[in-house]
Design a binder for this molecule. Sequence first.
Ligand code: PG9
Length: 632
Amino acid sequence: LALSLGWPAGASQLVKTLPSETPEKFTPSVEGFDYTKREVMVPMRDGVKLKTFILIPKRVTKDAKAPIIMTRTPYNAGGRVTRFNSPRLLAAVPQMNDTTVDAGYIVVYQDVRGKFGSEGDYVMTRPLRGPVNPTRVDHATDTFDTIDWLVKNVPESNGRVGAMGGSYEGYTTLMATVNPHPALKVVVPFAPMIDGWMGDDWFHNGAFRQGAALEFIYGQQSTRSGAFKFWWGEYDIYDTFLRAGSAGALAKARGLDQLGFWRAISEHPSYDAWWQEQAVDKLLAQLPIKVPMMIVGGLFDQEDIYGSPALYKALAPKDPTGQLVHLVMGPWNHGQGRREGRALGALEFNGDTAGWFRSKVMQPFLDHYLKDAPKPSTPRVLVYETGADEWRQYDHWPRSCAVACVEKSRSMYLLSGGRLGFEAPAGGYDEYVSDPAKPVPYRPRPNLPMSAPDSGWGEWLVDDQRHAGTRTDVLVYQTEPLTEPMRVAGQPIARLFASTSGTDSDWVVKIIDVWPDEVPSKPSMGGYQQMLSADIFRGRYRASPSNPQPLTANEALHYEIPLPQVNHTFQPGHRIMVQIQSSWFPLYDRNPQTFVPNIMFAKPENYVKATQRIWRAPGKSSQIDLPVLRTR
Ligand code: PG9
């Protein structure tokens, strides 16, 4: 071969391989870095070691110590601390950490057990030790063990630790407060996942959030490193889900029955003990509050909209003076409190509301507990008022409700002729046919997967609802244009009298702020039907979330549907609109409208058309209880 290629005779014997140009071990130059990064495996009480990144600003030394702010994640701690591959700490860590970096904190990110660089087994939002977790370890013990190691092994630490993180990381942040390590001084859970059945990632009032859940479960559980992503095969996943038939059929086709969490939730479609025993608000309500907490939620959180207000509701009564538990709700989607909050979809806010919150509210709160800074006058509750574009402070939240609030909510009735008003209805009903073969899209099609680039997933809760209001299977009720501002602050509740010709049914209720026909200052907002607060309710859980029952066909039954909290001013010239429909597809799975034991595995023949009636008669008046404020 050497001869035929014209190489010198014997050339083939000179070397067998070329030496690798990659060294055995490369030591990156960190010249010019304003921080040092340590990568360690921290041992837990059961011998499992967790991958932990410790980022120490160079200005922090053994003689100029700093607090630690830590986040425990299933999303790759190594990736979290290289947001930009930068010599500057501010650019290397998530934007959530911006003010803690400015304040000179040591930043710690850790992989939870079973994910990425950590050893051990992975369990989705591993429940606390107890009936659903009979092992010795949970996120509370793992956090305790980590903090114990950090304060003993990071000589630059001042011995105080705070925890923060969003969503799943908000869940791990809260777990840190259970039998906390004495060095844990403060926590900031952003948009924490609290109850996966009631209204966070997996179900809302029993309706399965198939569109997001299958992607999350597949991505998190198919491999330790998230190497496999769910695949769709269609650009518009409305088609994917409709063709598959049921969530269970699609999950099976993609191999999800190999994944423990899919098997678990598909075996627990109702709110049974398995869910109840891991509901974080219920669990934390039973424990003393030992760590000051700032719960941060988004009014338009497309993933965990239930968690933050539910947690505050559970904990506030245990903190009568309002010193330990604070609630902040911004005009944000799921991630925005941790990033930038200038706008959401078509809505624009008063500057960067998220950056303002972190620097003016969160950081002074952290500095007080972690650095002995003076106690700031942190409001007990701070909520952005959409429509008015101002922050409001409250001592009591919600501000308005049916009983036991500062103000009393008012009922707006669904009336004849598609009207909505404060007078009681005279009689009758409105009717539509809900056809599972043509479910109402939750957004204008095409419906992109949550993870698709530019999917707009984070914006859908403020979408223009004109696309739905013109369908024959969506009822629309609205007021005249308002002559005065109407302010609402609390939780709207839909009280419907509804009947179906089927034996099961979903009810979706949307409260919408309809902008004036023309908006000269921003013409694209003319007639915009801005969704403000909306949710879905699965009829079979009318009497009990844990004990689903068939509905009696054609009987007007009463439903009480809690909707996400609002803090909003409907401005003069705007209308209030309510839309009602029986599907929200493909985000939520279709109700077959025939009672079956488990909707996840409904068969094609179970899906039937149903005639739906919403009643507006004396004794059967359908209404929305709005948390109206009469005073400014
Ligand atoms: N909402 C996401 C999640 C939370 C809990 C479990 C699974 C997914 C998240 O943003 O982390």
